[in-house]
Design a protein around this ligand. Structure first.
Ligand code: SF4
Length: 228
């Protein structure tokens, strides 16, 4: 199934994290900070703001020493900029002091950082360290459930179930593919099912198509009396 979508998603714009990976030569600190910034923010804006931030503060130490108002000014166009400014400054301080400027490569260590949950930690493992992991954001959660790959209520369950369903060798590609697909085809509202190569095997499409057919049938068998 993933192979079917691969061809299409290659032509879509890169995700923010992939873009940051390329422009920063895979610098794990930049990827960690960009992931924190990206939470509940639009990809294009995150990318622009993250690049501006990294141009001003190039190391964990410089970001750690930065004036909080300066950071806020740079990231102001991003959602929750006030909280995020404090968070990235704290993270920079910890990475500088406790980890000697090196972002840890283990999930257990990453989730000890302020505001870093499993999704952010998994993004760092995948985009910074090229390690097999499945970062589950809204796109990954929505699409895998719509397709019927899994049936879960929250992102935590989704991560566990996808790890069972998808071979470990493919974990690393899941986030990039699903995020691109979610931004271009399987949109949160009104997904473009007619254009989707997976529509013949998608649970959401099949159930919605059936409903649509049934509604039309009921319309033709029970004509509405014209009003006077
Ligand atoms: S058929 Fe529709 S709902 Fe299913 S994966 Fe494709 S776009 Fe998403």
């Amino acid at each position: 199934m993933m192979k079917d979508t691969l061809h299409d998603v290659n032509s879509y714009r890169s995700t923010t994290l992939n873009e940051i990976h390329k422009t920063s030569n895979g610098d794990p600190f930049n990827i960690l900070i960009a992931t924190v910034l990206s939470s509940r923010s639009r990809d294009k804006n995150t990318s622009r703001v993250a690049k501006k931030l990294f141009a001003r503060y190039k190391t964990p130490k410089t970001l750690s020493d930065a004036d909080i108002l300066e950071i806020e000014k740079i990231i102001k166009s991003i959602g929750f900029y006030h909280v995020k400014s404090k968070r990235i400054k704290k993270i920079a301080h910890i990475i500088h002091k406790q980890y000697n400027n090196k972002v840890p490569e283990k999930m257990e260590e990453l989730i000890k950082l302020p505001g870093v949950g499993r999704k952010t930690a998994n993004c760092v493992l995948v985009y910074a360290f090229n390690k097999p992991a499945i970062p589950v954001d809204v796109h990954v959660h929505r699409i895998s459930n719509r397709l019927g790959l899994i049936q879960t209520k929250n992102v935590e369950e989704t991560e566990l179930e996808l790890m069972k369903e998808i071979p470990k060798s493919n974990w690393i590609k899941v986030n990039e593919i699903f995020v691109k697909y979610g931004q271009n085809v399987c949109l949160p509202i009104s997904p473009l099912c007619k254009l989707c190569k997976l529509n013949h095997r998608c649970r959401y499409n099949n159930t919605h198509h059936e409903r649509f057919v049934n509604i039309n049938k009921s319309k033709t068998t029970q004509p509405i009396e014209p009003t006077r």
